[in-house]
Design a protein around this ligand. Sequence first.
Ligand code: BGC
Length: 771
Amino acid sequence: MNPSPPAWPAPLAGGGPSVRRNGLGVFGAIVAALSAGDLASAQTSSPVQVVQGAWSKPDLSPDDRAEAALRAMTLDEKLRLLRTPMSMVLAPAKREGAPASAAFIPGTPRLGLPTIAESDASLGVANGGAMRKDDIATALPSSLALGAAFDPELAYRGGAMIGAEARAKGFGVMLTGGANLVRDPRGGRNFEYLSEDPLLTGVLAGRAIAGIQSNHIISTMKHFAVNDQETGRDVYSVEMAEAPMRESDLLAFEIANEIGQPGSVMCGYNRVNAIYACENPFLLNHVLKRDWGFKGFVMSDWGAVHSVGAVQAGLDQESGYQIDPEPYFGSMLAKALAAGQVPQSAVDEAARRILRTLIARGLIDDPPSSGARIDYEADGTIAQAQEEAGIVLLRNEGGALPLATGLKRIAVIGGHADIGVLSGGGSSQVAPVGGIKLELRENGPGMTNFIKRVYGGSAPLAALKAAFPDAVVDFADGTDPAAAAGLAARADIAIVFAEKWSYESADSADMSLGAGQDALIEAVTKANTKTVVVLETGDPVAMPWLQRTPAVLAAWYPGQRGAEAIARVLTGAVDPGGRLPITWPASLDQTPEPALPGADAPPGPKPKFGLAHDKAPFSFSYREGSDVGYRWFDKTKARPLYAFGYGLSYTRFRYDGLSATGGKAVTVRFTVTNIGSRSGADAPQVYVTAPGHAKRLVGWDKAQLAAGQSKPVTIKVDPRLLADFDEKSQSWVVTSGAYRIEVARSASEPVLAAVVPVEGAHFRDTAAGKP
Ligand code: BGC
């Protein structure tokens, strides 16, 4: 239910909300910047007299040091902090010592403040991704695999690994921490996001951010906020009332912020209630900085700035400024200051936040420099661990898996499994250790020259050969279904690698696998009934052949050691640890938006640089409001193909001993026991249903248990998960009543249940007054 959107305070002097389209995204922007020639303000380094001051004294507080630096700075030096050049497009002399990457924060050599380089890092240090092939990094599986792992410590380890590699490569700001909710199974960037649930997303994003920042560098949290689809991402407006926003997308960011304490928040391309996210005072000033007490700085997404007035709406830094059509935080801001349209205090506040964060994170005292040795072997084990924990076994009829050890002939089909594994496209693209093995250029909506379909990492074919040294393992690329079927007919078992590529800047048109793969799988299953399908996708897909195949694994985009992880799950060397972090609908008709919002929007004005999106501005409200994913299915009583939280194991788990207490706070206790004959991983989930509401995930446990082993679990429920947000009193309201508690295998499979009385409560969410 979405009441009419609230009227947020109007944006401030110096440029209001605009509906002009731009924001090509970094990839579209590169070409733009190359041709724009707006690089004149980049400074070359020449010897300077360094002035020392209180800002360089580690024993003083970050606030005092930042204040001292600010007082010592000229206006020009302050303004330089407020716009980051996109170094990828600059000649080395103009990069001020930064590597070629997404951007850098210019240093102030006169005060001894270093240049700090930024890199994309959602799934590893991207550093220009597919463009900088010379700079490899450990490529993690897609974030959905991490979401499926339900394991905050794995999120931390992955973050710590990325941060350590980043520091060793000379980067100090990681553009990661994706905390957008997966609202639609077609989302082009779902593979960069963690789940459809605010708690799961917030906890995992928060721990990943904390892991990155344990290296004394900065992580962002992005893309703030309600930037949940790619279609028309730089023009659309989500119309959503405050309450559903606070209970869904904002709650995910709020939890991630509390746990991860990111140094920076990246505002998104889209508009929220008609105002661009990067000039939205409600999102930036009111919610983030005031209510959540955020002390870091807000950077824009690349090309997401639309006005000078954004600086008063809470934006502190214009990112990759060469791609913006106007010099917003450059000469325009200087002019607005001189004319008194923007007060000096707004510029000081933005510069202060940036300085304070750089100091507080240790980047001034110990700036990263490239060249340290990276143990890629050790880092690869983290990528593999995330994938092993995140593979979801969707179907396993008649004990088809794990595969029998004595197989003599195995047919491996499709998915370029002889070469490597697929990864999602766009700014998060990592050139993995071992290099890019295959790069395909495709034509599609939102496509630019810089978004390529990339395969790398180890090859599933080789991993399966290693797992079955005594078997003949043959490969067919799947382009000829008859040949693939012939190979399958001669084998004991067939393994089809089915794939669907997603990329930043466009959503999928539908849920189909495409490229004739359904027909291929039909043909192979007809030839060999023992056919296992391994899905390498960024989203749930339709599986018209499902009943014909005994086993299906969702391997997501498996990351650089994904082949080994898949082989180990297939052979049973490891239990498939994943549980779905998103609902797998039976069809799009079950979802809130069978037709993707904006898919039919007419073309907009031709973008300045002729790339990426060209949709006319449009607005919509998500019908589900805060009832995202499984909550929508609970509310509509629709039965998905596979529910949120679902996933099979090779062993069996019993849940018992439920005791739940209510009153002022809800606490749930139970025991999980591995009652099978082998060790395995489980993620028992706790859901609460408040009277008249859809159910909500309020906790889970990641249990790794040997056969026969038990583990007691205690979940203390965050009261926000029991509450509604009340806009009028700006507080969370828990309604007194009888709340149903479920300990469940998935959102659709409760095992234990209880009803507890809960006392009504009101609490505010300001940084000062947490419950
Ligand atoms: C993406 C961001 C990314 C930035 C810099 C944008 O297109 O939306 O996620 O961090 O580019 O590469």
